[in-house]
Design a protein around this ligand. Structure first.
Ligand code: UTP
Length: 307
């Protein structure tokens, strides 16, 4: 650990942006945030909050937009429902209803207009203050057995600055992500990020390492975001602000490192990935797998027969 990194405060807060329009999932997302779409029987965003809490971050700030009520209601108590379940002695369901309201200290701030992920993160400035913080995209799930966020916090403690999570994708998928130019470090799973490009065409991508929805940001990102003009798609991009920080030294809010992630990740804002997520999560559930898996095998065998 460097002396500068040792002097830095630790990560204790998580920011969960959930104010995007979710146009890829219309019409379901017309009146419901995509982060509230159920993965089996829990909304995607609850898994994200559980992941933050598992990594030791129980102060969670949600960045919400239109139709934010369902998110607030989900992480709040539901007295009438609880009373009804208590009256029926349905302790299991009562527990499942109360669980989300007891998970973390959840705070909310509203992003008036969906002006991009960078703008959503900037809305967290007053709550976060001068400490490093984690950003977890509310529609991006990491397998429950993965220790990605904890590892990213460790990397921040070692190197200071900001940390992104990188996943190797197929060349034709690079244009869907922010993409990193990287250099090795002494640690196999950690790279120095020398440049970042948001959604590059495949032939201009600096690598196949794509940024996925987990970040540890140095608080210097706020000042950079204030000066970041709208980029790709007319939106203020977090990638553009991190690109600036990647050029800086620790004294100035830089640098940026990447954790190379090879585990399970699900983009639930995308229809096919959403379906895959629901099926995989259902197959892992002891209460559902015994009934669901045989049906799934039959269904696939029949579909193969038809093909
Ligand atoms: P996406 O890139 O998936 O954008 O945002 P989107 O607009 O929500 O979805 P599509 O592409 O129209 O289907 C990544 C994350 O950033 C949040 C989203 O809610 C999602 O968790 N976000 C995005 C905001 O909070 N505010 C924004 O202005 C944009």
């Amino acid at each position: 650990m460097t002396d500068t990194a040792r002097a830095l405060p630790g990560v204790s807060k998580a920011v969960v942006p959930a104010a995007g329009l979710g146009t890829r999932f219309l019409p379901a997302t017309k009146a419901t945030p995509k982060e509230m779409l159920p993965i089996v029987d829990k909304p995607a965003i609850q898994y994200v909050v559980e992941e933050a809490v598992a990594a030791g971050l129980d102060d969670v700030l949600m960045i919400t937009g239109r139709s934010k009520r369902s998110i607030e209601d989900h992480f709040d108590r539901a007295y009438e429902l609880e009373e009804a379940l208590r009256a029926k002695n349905d302790t299991q369901r009562l527990h499942s209803v109360r669980e989300s309201s007891e998970l973390a200290q959840v705070h909310y701030v509203r992003q008036g207009e969906p002006r991009g992920l960078g703008h959503a993160v900037l809305c967290a400035a007053a709550h976060v203050g001068g400490e490093p913080f984690a950003v977890l995209l509310g529609d991006d799930l990491i397998g429950a057995r993965e220790a990605l966020l904890r590892r990213m916090i460790e990397v921040r403690e070692t190197y200071g600055g900001s940390v992104v999570a990188l996943m190797e994708v197929e060349p034709e998928q690079v244009s869907l992500y922010g993409c990193a130019a990287i250099e090795p470090t002494d640690e196999d799973d950690v790279v120095a990020v020398t440049d970042l490009v948001e959604k590059p065409p495949a032939d201009q991508a600096p690598s196949r390492w794509a940024i996925i929805g987990r970040y540890i940001c140095d608080p210097a990102v706020f000042d950079v975001l204030r000066d970041t003009p709208p980029g790709r798609g007319g939106e203020i991009q977090l990638t553009d602000a991190l690109r600036e920080l990647a050029k800086r030294t620790t004294a100035d809010g830089g640098p940026v490192h990447g954790v190379l992630f090879r585990g399970q990740r699900y983009d639930t804002g995308n229809k096919v990935d959403y379906l895959r997520t629901v099926v995989e999560f259902a197959c892992e559930r002891p209460d559902l797998a015994a009934e669901f898996l045989p049906w799934l095998r039959d269904f696939v065998a029949q579909a193969d027969g038809r093909a």
